[in-house]
Write a protein that binds this ligand. Structure first.
Ligand SMILES: *Cc1c(COP(=O)(O)O)cnc(C)c1O
Length: 448
């Protein structure tokens, strides 16, 4: 075991060091090499060292350089050194943190991290929390608590009796709702399409003057950080209106919620803490390894009512029992890396990382604008939308950028226009990485 783990750490270190010298996108040859994986289930065992070598030989070249300094696709984030190291140790620990009796350390790290997270994200102390796979499940989990609460107030027990015959719930979303939240609504029986969609402004912010009149059981879904523009819905005003009508307010803050951790950016989350539940990702802007999402719910009882699980063989002690807050019973101990990331950054390090990413996004926007290209969004956070002209030209330039391999950015559609989307969300990205990437992007655009 010791030799194997030593070799693994050498292999992984070599992989990470090499990221700086290879194309961010895997080469066509590396992708073609994946064909070697297509073999029947092996009959005979293979020595673990050889398994690792095979994985490295076929797998490492076929990875996308998401852990590197110049990956700006989607909203990905890297892995902080302390978080990656903790992830390895957690793998060796192999803890199942659903119950305190099963894993005292796994549950303790989640409990401590939960308190720290509520603190840095400026959310109500004492809120309930669930450590899940990502923001999709975090939205699902928080919305399950919302569904419980609004129906309980109407005298209906949704966990026991289901939705057949239940009082209808009005669900309000902005027109720019993230598809992952809509999927959560679908999984909860609230319907992906059975929603009131509120028009948004040019940055994708829900327009409060367009809010419908709300009556009866209702859930209003806001967004902190639009996945294209980075814009925030006006939470203070909408929370006040929704609450006066007795509605539950949920915030999808998959990456935007982390703005709260920065004194410079905190103004963006004004009023977000007035909501009733929040979803965010630690694998995005906290830069922990996949997968790691977080749901927070002000009313702990609502969350526990939606998620509780009981059986004689599942002891419920005096401790916080994580499986009472999550959809899963067995799962990995995500608190380990979250704790390590927060411990290694501290309050100041976290703020600095978020602010640096936003500053680098502005550096991108300024340089591309100077290069003669149009920036479609107000760069308030870490997202930049740049257009090189008509849709066909944008597609060609983006493809050329990806093939060049200096950096990786993806396409998007913003309010009827095609654009390239740049998301700066890794601890590892520095000024010179942005400058090198801008050069490559301008080269690709000029070649068209
Ligand atoms: C990324 C994202 C999601 C989905 O999160 P996953 O971690 O991929 O499940 C939901 N909403 C927003 C705003 C996002 O940016």
């Amino acid at each position: 075991m010791r030799d194997l783990l030593h070799r693994t750490s050498e292999t992984a270190a070599r992989y990470l060091e090499n990221l700086d010298h290879r194309s961010v996108a895997p080469s066509p040859e590396a992708i073609a090499g994946l064909a070697e994986l297509q073999e029947p289930m092996p009959d005979r065992p293979m020595e673990p060292g050889l398994v690792l070598d095979t994985l490295d030989r076929i797998g490492s070249p076929a990875t996308t350089g998401m852990a590197g300094r110049r990956y700006f696709g989607f909203v990905i984030g890297g892995s902080l050194p302390a978080a990656l190291a903790a992830n390895w140790l957690a793998g060796a620990w192999d803890q199942c943190p659903g119950l305190f009796a099963a894993s005292p350390i796994g549950t303790a790290l989640e409990e401590v991290s939960l308190g720290w997270l509520l603190d840095v994200l400026k959310l109500p102390p004492g809120s309930g929390g669930a450590f899940v796979t990502g923001a999709t499940m975090a939205n699902f989990t928080a919305l399950a608590a919302a569904r419980h609460a609004v129906l309980a107030r109407a005298g209906w027990n949704v966990e026991a009796d289901g939705l057949f015959g239940a009082p209808p719930i009005t669900v309000v979303v902005g027109d720019e709702v993230h598809p992952a939240l809509s999927k959560g609504l679908g999984m909860l029986g609230l319907g992906r399409s059975r929603v009131v969609r509120v028009p948004v402004d040019g940055q994708g912010r829900l327009r409060p003057d367009q809010m419908p009149r709300i009556q009866g059981p209702a859930i209003v879904c806001l967004q902190a950080g639009n996945v294209n523009t980075g814009a925030f819905d006006p939470a203070r005003e909408i929370c006040a209106r929704a609450h006066s009508a007795g509605a539950w307010v949920h915030v999808d803050g998959a990456f935007g919620l982390w703005a709260a951790a920065s004194p410079q950016l905190e103004h963006l989350v004004d009023g977000v803490a007035d909501a009733d539940s929040w979803a965010t990702d630690a694998h995005k802007w906290l830069n922990v390894p996949y997968d790691s999402g977080l749901a927070f719910v002000r009313d702990v009882t609502a969350l526990k009512s939606a998620m509780s699980v009981t059986a004689a063989y599942l002891p419920q002690g005096a401790h916080r029992e994580p499986s009472q807050y999550t959809p899963e019973l067995s799962r990995r101990a995500r608190g380990v890396e979250i704790w390590a990331a927060l411990k290694s950054l501290g309050r100041t390090g976290l703020a600095e990382m978020i602010e640096r990413n936003c500053r680098l996004a502005r550096r991108f926007a300024d340089a591309l604008r100077q290069g003669g290209y149009e920036i479609l969004n107000d760069v308030v956070l870490n997202q930049v939308l740049v257009s090189f002209g008509d849709p066909a030209r944008n597609w060609r330039v983006i493809e050329r950028v990806q093939r060049d391999g200096t950096c990786w950015c993806g396409p998007t559609d913003w309010q009827g226009r095609t654009a390239m989307r740049i998301s700066v969300s890794s601890w590892a990205t520095r000024d010179e990485d942005v400058d090198r990437s801008v050069e490559a992007i301008l080269r690709a655009a000029a070649a068209d």
